[in-house]
Ligand binder design. Structure first.
Ligand SMILES: C[C@@H](C(=O)Nc1ccc(Cl)cc1)[C@H]1[C@@H]2C[C@H](n3cnc4cc(F)c(F)cc43)C[C@@H]21
Length: 391
């Protein structure tokens, strides 16, 4: 595969969704954070993380968005490791101020919750080993114990996101075509979206053999019923959702573009509200982009109103490509994520308590677990029904 930037030209051009190269360095002053984050698997497996003495550092020497994202990434991994180091048995209820104060300060500046999210683990957590090399030389910056499976999972998610960039880049063209009645440019742009979604599915295939030891949460988690106290920031404990595929901006963006509404009351946790809530866990620029798209002209209504067969077919091609991608996501989640969660449950029954898998407790949310599977199947079915019927 050629260099990722040459393969997907829109990477250079899409401001909001450009897969930007997050820095991999911070000023030396922040070495205590970077060294602990880089050494996390070893510290967690050796149960030494909580003994690490972390100085309370000031965030004033962080310069620019990329340094803030990198510092937030390091503190997010350290926090997750600190909370879940002992697995489900010995979760902590208080995050020490040396972590909590800078983590919450940076998270507030970035308008993100003080917990590890998809945009941290996937969009910010990567570098090119050889700056001039090809896509194969991607590597992650930070990981949990579990070796290459975490790495593969995060990098494949990144490649899926990178493949989406071309489709995202077509969205402003689509909105302009609607506003100016440019039927030809609209049909071409819809074809670009369909092709991009097909490429996302191709990238997704690289996930075989990878899995994620899920990013546990401290919301609706029976092991931390109150949530987490962020010492020196808030007096009462706070609850936040863990990392989730539903936090992927592209996962939600194409639904909004195609007018696919997800409302699903049977399991309130995974309803439209959950998807809406997950937008608060996306980068602010992505959230704004989706919100602007949602409040703009309806592509679906426009295509129906034109009665144009070519637009009709191009729109339906996008919907069927998205439904196929969702079906593939379900296959992957079943094979690589839900089963481990099921295994964990089986262990729980045997041991009559919570069994942790590696550094985190498998989460019913986010990526695996039966609740998430029902969620994925429901949004796949809703996607299928979004096809424009024959005129
Ligand atoms: C590999 C998986 C994962 O769960 N990754 C993950 C989860 C949590 C964390 Cl913390 C880190 C990584 C899935 C990747 C592909 C992503 N995707 C982006 N746009 C999509 C549009 C779609 F229609 C669709 F079906 C999946 C889509 C979602 C996640």
């Amino acid at each position: 595969m050629k260099n990722i930037r040459e393969n997907i030209p829109s990477l250079k051009a899409t401001p909001s969704f450009r897969i930007s190269f997050i820095q991999t360095e911070l000023p030396d002053y922040y070495a205590p954070w970077m060294n602990v984050a880089a050494n996390l698997p070893h510290l967690i497996e050796g149960h030494q993380l909580r003994r690490e003495v972390m100085p309370l550092l000031s965030t004033q020497y962080l310069r620019g968005h990329r340094q803030l994202r990198l510092a937030r990434l390091a503190l997010g991994f350290i926090t997750m490791g600190y909370v879940w180091q002992g697995g489900g048995r010995q979760t902590v209820k208080i995050l020490p101020r040396a972590l909590a104060v800078p983590y919450c300060t940076i998270s507030e500046l970035l308008d993100l919750p003080p917990i590890l999210v998809y945009a941290d683990c996937v969009l910010a957590n990567w570098k090119k080993r050889d700056p001039c090399g090809y896509v194969e030389n991607l590597d992650i910056l930070f990981s949990f114990p579990g070796g290459d499976s975490n790495k593969g999972f995060f990098l494949v998610s990144l490649l899926v996101e990178a493949a989406a960039a071309a489709g995202i880049k077509a969205i402003p063209i689509i909105v302009n075509a609607i506003l100016h009645h440019g039927l030809c440019s609209l049909e071409t742009a819809l074809q670009d979206v369909a092709l991009s979604i097909c490429k996302m599915r191709e990238a997704f295939k690289l996930i075989h053999g990878k899995c994620l030891d899920l990013i546990a949460a401290w919301k609706d988690n029976f092991l931390m019923p109150e949530g987490l106290v962020y010492e020196g920031v808030w007096d009462s404990p706070k609850q936040f959702f863990g990392g989730s595929a539903a936090q992927s901006s592209t996962l939600q963006c194409f639904d909004v573009l195609l007018g696919i509404q997800h409302s699903w009351g049977s399991v309130p946790r995974f309803s439209a509200e959950y998807l809406g809530c997950m937008r608060d866990y996306m980068p602010a620029a992505h959230r704004a982009f989706i919100q602007t798209l949602a409040s703009g002209p309806s592509l679906r209504q426009f295509v129906l109103a034109t009665g144009d067969a070519g637009l009709h077919a191009a729109f339906n091609k996008c919907v069927s490509a998205l439904a196929d991608l969702r079906s593939y996501h379900i296959q992957i989640a079943t094979k690589y994520i839900t089963i481990p969660a099921g295994r964990c449950r089986a262990e729980q029954q045997q041991l009559g308590g919570c069994v942790h898998k590696g550094t985190s407790v498998l989460s019913e949310r986010g990526t695996g677990g039966t609740g998430f599977m029902r969620f994925l199947k429901a949004i796949r079915d809703t996607t299928r029904k979004a096809q424009l019927t024959e005129q």
